[in-house]
Ligand binder design. Sequence first.
Ligand code: GCU
Length: 353
Amino acid sequence: MTFSPDVLRFADGSDVTADDVKDRRLEILDLLAANAYGRFPPKPRAVTGDMEDTGERTCCGHAVEKDVTVAFDTPKGNYFFPVNYFQPTGNGKHPLIVCLNFRPDRYDKYVPAEEVIDRGYALATLYYEDVTSDDGDFSDGLAGMFDRPMDGTGYGKITLWAYAASRVIDYFSTLPEIDADEIAVIGHSRLGKTALWCAANDPRVKYVCSNGSGCMGAAYGLTHHEGGETLADITRVFPFWFCSNLLRYPDHMEKLPFDQHLLIAACAPRYVCVNSAEDDAWADPYSEQLACVGASPMWTLHGTDGFVGPETPAKVGDGFPDGHIAYYLRDGLHYLGRADWNHFMDFIDGKKV
Ligand code: GCU
């Protein structure tokens, strides 16, 4: 099938070539910022981390629990938020997985820390509402630290959560035990949307996993399947996740200047893992797979493989990890489970240098 807009066509209609594929990425990011998620606030001048040893060894002694406070300057003073860090005790440098999470707890049903540590990764988790509340209050937390433009392109909450994940990377990539060339970000559902938007903008993210991210995440919107969330649904209930320009489109889908394959394409030539679950119709698994297909030509222009898998619907249990975009369909519900983490880590392990 053909995807709209065409990844390999600039907004002015001209073809994207291998020489200007980087410009196309910037154009896509601008399009998505201006029409979907809102523009990022300015980067801080300095980011620091205050790391406190809880004294607790965990994961059979293969990690130490550290409480980290990440702090940085904003136009309205300093802002800081906590991060749960599982610092590996093994020698050498470790790849880092940054997990955006729904709860502040260190030990959480969505975070199989011991499995992650046992596979040689360092792990940092942040609780999204420590960044800013999940509602329309733009005076809360980080949302209140900038003058938010009122021209329709002002940041939505997803942009702020993505911004915070980048600040975590600022600090953790300076640590001697972290391999700053091997940084991964994972998120589920609204935080899967956030993980993709973070990775699209932050080239230090080498691997991103979007789990059950659905509408305005990994799901291509124009092919809507039964039970799937629509742009009208999401903007009615969660308008504050996005910039207000997005509200122009639910009633005028023919004018929509982007679709979600572009969000994945903006991560090229890095690695994207899209996970879906069979009983998660709301996230529209098949449309998530199709976005992988639609994004793939961006990698081709980079001279490498994008999605190596079918355009016909995956079967439960299928996984297509051979290219730079992986797609997995597992059984079960909307959930960030061990199977999802294992798929992501299998994918990364297959690509690490
Ligand atoms: C709602 C929303 C989804 C979102 C999900 C979540 O169901 O409609 O778009 O992904 O919440 O974050 O759990």
